[in-house]
Design a protein around this ligand. Structure first.
Ligand code: FAD
Length: 404
């Protein structure tokens, strides 16, 4: 087994690490200052556009997309260590490289399932980083971890579809640059096959009947960098029938295809977040003294740091194995591993960031260190993209099947 990265990955890693040092980390404070001056907190700070231009100039652009026609053509195994690096600055780096969720998943859907017109109208400007997008599935009224519960109705009316429903936690939708929603709803709510009732449809933000109502909070914060997580109302929003993605009844299958790569990207970025937390923990431990000695000399701090290092190394290996399986046997063949990393990674990373916060005392909870924000981001991933319990249920069932 060869654990080394290949030449292309090494080359991109070196370039990306230099980009992070030279441009991204220094931009973190600048972005904060600029955001405070913006007319709306949902507008994009100018420094973000500068980062995007520089990343594109350096060829650090659309690295997530395995499709060679539209993206960098990297395998999951090649992209995984790069996504990890961007996770060290999750507010800025993924956006700078045009590799931020939910646009990445939406671009994958459009490149795989969109027709020529849909690609031209929506995929091309997304690939160019000119617009943003959102994915609207979750509904406040129903347990949305079970997608068969979705009630949004997509009703055919001559050469149009009429979309009616209420969604929430729709990431990115507060950003005025978010011009397009991929909406999951039911075209055939009474259909016999509960996995063929759903369809996905493109709904432009400016469609009459679409209201971006409010920003939902996460632990009391609004997630400005990721365009927030909005409640969105679709009240008889009419779109051309040509806006349907794929065929009627294909929504469930598209959702499944969308989530595999999305989950591994989140996990790799989480590992980057954990690395940042470990670095902060070590720097703080050697520079702070309590009761006559550096925090770094306390046995308990040794345990925290050692445990964190072990956890990260284990997770990285599992995530890279999953990436390799996705490349070699496909997303279906890597199903169990995708679920394993989705369960294991946020949990462990929350734990690591939590200890880093503890080591920083009150500072760890403050806005002067990125730890509180990293914690909130990592914790949400035990729910977003499907709660842990749903993955545990399906993984355990698969395991039990071998003995039934
Ligand atoms: C920050 C953030 C961003 C998000 N972004 C988006 C987005 O862009 N687009 C979008 O459509 N959605 C988004 N979501 C929503 C997210 O995908 C849903 O919250 C998630 O799928 C769970 O659905 P639910 O909230 O309706 O929880 P429910 O389905 O009501 O589940 C509640 C709890 O029930 C338990 N549970 C459920 N099923 C089982 C089971 N089988 N066994 C045991 N326990 C179970 C779990 O503990 C679960 O947490 C986001 C959420 C967050 C927090």
């Amino acid at each position: 087994m060869d654990f080394a990265f290949d030449a292309r990955t090494e080359e991109l890693r070196a370039k990306l690490l230099a980009f992070m040092d030279e441009y991204v980390y220094p931009a973190e404070a600048v972005a904060e200052e600029q955001r405070a001056q913006l007319a709306s907190p949902w507008d994009t700070p100018a420094v973000v556009e500068e980062l995007k231009a520089e990343a594109r100039r350096q060829g650090l652009w659309n690295l997530f997309l395995p499709n060679t026609e539209y993206g960098a053509g990297l395998t999951n195994l090649q992209y995984a260590p790069l996504a990890e690096i961007t996770g060290r600055s999750p507010q800025l780096a993924p956006t700078a490289l045009n590799c931020a969720a939910p646009d990445t998943g939406n671009m994958e859907v459009l490149s795989q399932f969109g027709d020529e017109q849909q690609k031209k109208q929506w995929l091309e400007p997304l690939l160019a980083g000119e617009i943003r997008s959102a994915f609207a599935m979750t509904e406040p009224e129903v347990a949305s971890s079970d997608a068969t519960n979705i009630t949004t109705y997509i009703e055919r009316d001559a050469d149009e579809y009429v979309v009616t429903g209420r969604k929430w936690y729709i990431s990115g939708a507060m950003n005025p640059d978010c011009k397009i929603f991929i909406v999951m709803g039911k075209t055939d709510p009474d259909g016999e096959d509960i996995r063929r009732q759903q369809s996905m449809i493109l709904v432009p933000r400016d469609t009459p009947g679409v209201t971006v109502k409010r920003a939902m909070q996460v632990f009391g914060y609004e997630d400005h960098y990721h365009g927030g997580h909005a409640e969105v109302i679709f009240d008889h929003a009419r779109v051309p029938a040509a806006n349907l993605i794929g065929e009627e009844g294909g929504g469930f299958a598209i959702a499944q295809a969308r989530l595999g790569p999305g989950r591994i990207h989140h996990c790799m970025r989480l590992i980057g977040m954990a690395e940042r937390a470990i670095e902060l923990m070590c720097r703080r431990a050697v520079s702070r003294t309590a009761f006559g000695k550096a925090l770094a000399q306390q046995g308990v701090v040794h345990n925290w740091i050692a445990d964190a290092r072990v956890q990260v190394e284990q997770l990285r290996l599992l995530v890279l194995k999953t990436a390799w399986l996705m490349d070699t046997v496909g997303n279906r063949g890597a199903h169990t591993e995708i679920q394993s990393i989705k369960i294991a990674t946020p949990r462990a990373v929350v734990d690591i960031i939590d200890r880093a916060i503890q080591l920083h005392g009150a500072g760890g909870l403050s806005q002067d260190f990125p730890l509180a924000e990293l914690y909130a981001g990592a914790r949400t991933l035990m729910i977003a993209d499907g709660p842990d319990e749903v993955h545990q249920r399906s993984l355990a069932r698969r395991e039990l099947k071998r003995y039934a």
